[in-house]
Design a protein. Structure first.
Length: 432
């Protein structure tokens, strides 16, 4: 049995922040215990999810949706859809979460997943040589001519996924609690921990069912990666046959390193719409607020510290203290943690430490995420949202601020930091 914690991904936990946090921030739930969560959903709407956050437990399941609706006095910036569909997509391994954790501790990669699941179900048998008989797969039943809101969450462990619905446009309307500028996509990259809402109109011929696909992105050229796909079925009520033939193509961007980045850049805030409040989302003029602190956070390939392979940011691997940070802060305990986390990268020896960023209260922070690895990384700011004001290849400098989106940058809690030649540099501002 293991300790557990189940925060809501993107939930800001107003009026009660005790249960939301990474290991060492708050008290975990001991085996055999239960915990009743009470918190206020203030100034927040959207499609979010909860999951167990400790010890790689999310790989074993335990996640579910958290859908926060508008108050009746705040109009939604689109017509009420005819139905609501929640889809959880994610990589899946036959090994248990404890075995996966041991692999990482031993310096091994998790490797290619054994499958991609959609709502915890295997793929439709789109290829008789790749998919065995008898697997249970997800079927989304729809009515012709109707419009449905699809809420899609990547709840996986490692793998970025490209999501698409065969022959159907997906109109993006919301990302992690922010209404977006509405535009159609035929596919969208959804990285680990990210959530999106699409409006999809059933405007196709019902001669057959249609594929719903989640396929790996930014992976090696090893052939077996191409055989791992999550496939569900979109089924019109008057459908005349099963889906057949090849899956709809994933983006072919081997020679276009900006394809996915430009897709992410295109996701912008709907500045004229209200969300949790009646006033427009764009009424918060984040672009005119003075920055109080800048942090440049660099991740590297795992380093061996104290006999185990560990992830670091600015050469520091976080070590959860015996006393949760929130309790230590509340009771003014000394010696539990240090506020000496480096604000800039360095070549200092790697170390484990209960070290935290020393941010100013009610400050306006600028964070630069620098990924020097070969894999895509996702960063999640627990309990907060941030404005994704820019992303680009090359080295970030203070002059990069001249290209910031200071008007309609998307506000969200989880973002990708890609990696290719030269490394991607990502920067954001966050209210605290």
């Amino acid at each position: 049995m293991s300790l557990s914690s189940s925060p809501g991904d993107g939930i800001q936990m107003r009026m009660n922040s005790w249960q939301d946090g990474v290991a060492g921030t708050n008290c975990p739930i001991p085996p055999g215990w239960n915990w009743t969560y009470q918190f206020q959903l203030k100034d927040q709407i959207g499609s979010l999810f909860y999951f167990p956050s400790l010890g790689l437990q999310r790989a074993a399941g335990g996640y579910g949706p958290l859908t926060v609706n508008n108050r009746a006095v705040v109009p939604v910036p689109f017509d009420q859809p005819d139905g609501d569909v929640t889809l959880f997509i994610g990589d899946w391994y036959t090994k248990s979460h404890t075995e996966l954790r041991d692999m990482l501790d031993d310096g091994k990669d998790l490797g290619i997943p054994d499958g991609i699941l959609i709502n915890a179900k295997g793929p439709y048998r789109y290829d008789t040589t790749l998919v065995p008989e008898g697997l249970q797969y997800e079927i989304v039943g729809v009515e012709p001519g109707k419009t449905y809101r699809f809420r899609v969450h990547n709840v996986g462990t490692l793998t970025s996924l490209n999501f698409r619905i065969q022959n159907h446009n997906m109109r993006l309307v919301e990302a992690e609690g922010t209404y977006t500028y509405q535009q159609n996509y035929t596919n969208l990259d959804i990285h680990v921990g990210q959530s999106y809402s699409f409006l999809v109109t059933m405007d196709q011929n019902a001669s057959t069912d249609y594929y719903i696909v989640a396929s790996p992105r930014f992976v090696s050229s090893e052939a077996r990666w191409h055989d791992v796909n999550g496939v569900a079925i979109l089924q019109y009520s008057n459908s005349k046959g099963s889906a057949s033939g090849p899956l709809p193509d994933a983006p072919d961007d081997f020679y276009d390193k900006y394809y996915s980045m430009n897709q992410a850049r295109s996701i912008r805030m709907n500045v004229s719409s209200g969300a949790a409040r009646p006033n427009p989302q764009g009424s918060f003029r984040y672009g005119s607020i003075n920055i109080t602190q800048t942090f440049v956070l660099k991740n590297e390939s795992p380093l061996r510290i104290d006999g185990k392979r560990r992830r670091t940011i600015n050469r520091v691997s976080y070590s959860p203290p015996e006393t949760p940070l929130r309790l230590a802060d509340l009771h003014n305990l000394t010696g539990v943690y240090k506020t000496d986390f480096p604000t800039m990268p360095s070549n200092a020896p790697p170390r484990r430490a209960s070290s935290v960023l020393n941010a100013s209260y009610k400050g306006f922070l600028e964070m630069v995420f620098q990924n020097n690895e070969t894999d895509v990384q996702t960063y999640h700011l627990d309990g907060y949202s941030f404005f994704v004001v820019g992303m680009d290849y090359g080295e970030w400098t203070p002059n990069s601020r001249g290209s910031y989106n200071k008007w309609d940058a998307i506000s969200r809690s989880t973002t990708q930091v890609s990696s290719q030649e030269g490394g991607l540099r990502f920067w954001s501002r966050s209210t605290t």
